[in-house]
Design a protein around this ligand. Structure first.
Ligand code: FES
Length: 111
């Protein structure tokens, strides 16, 4: 039997990482079409937000990830990594979230 899954990316999605490269509790940034995106692994589920805090444009990927809460490194605004919703901080704007899929060990973001 020839088994292997085809590695065709889902339509409108772009491969950004191997799931095995990002352990639970870790985050990193990736660039997609010149845009910075923070990618996080929360207990094996992957989430992605624009890597720019709406307050003074700090890179959220340089902040802290605590469970589902990502904290801006500059003035400590906090967002829900799953949705980009603002939890607390000196701004009122959410951060755009990206749809993420993991297939055959590869992490994909919707463009
Ligand atoms: S730049 Fe993120 S809270 Fe100020």
């Amino acid at each position: 039997m020839t088994a292997d899954a085809d590695n065709t990316p889902p339509p409108d999605f772009v491969a950004v990482a191997q799931a095995s490269d990002l352990a639970p509790g870790q985050m990193t940034f990736v660039a997609v079409e010149r845009e910075r995106i923070v990618l996080a692994n929360v207990d094996g589920a992957f989430y992605a937000l624009r890597d720019v805090c709406g307050h003074r444009n700090a890179p959220l990927s340089k902040g802290r990830l605590d469970g589902c809460v990502i904290e801006c490194p500059l003035h400590f605004a906090q967002f829900d990594i799953r949705t980009g919703k603002l939890i607390d901080g000196p701004i009122s704007a959410d951060v755009p979230a990206y749809e993420v899929r993991v297939e055959a060990g590869t992490v994909y973001l919707r463009r």
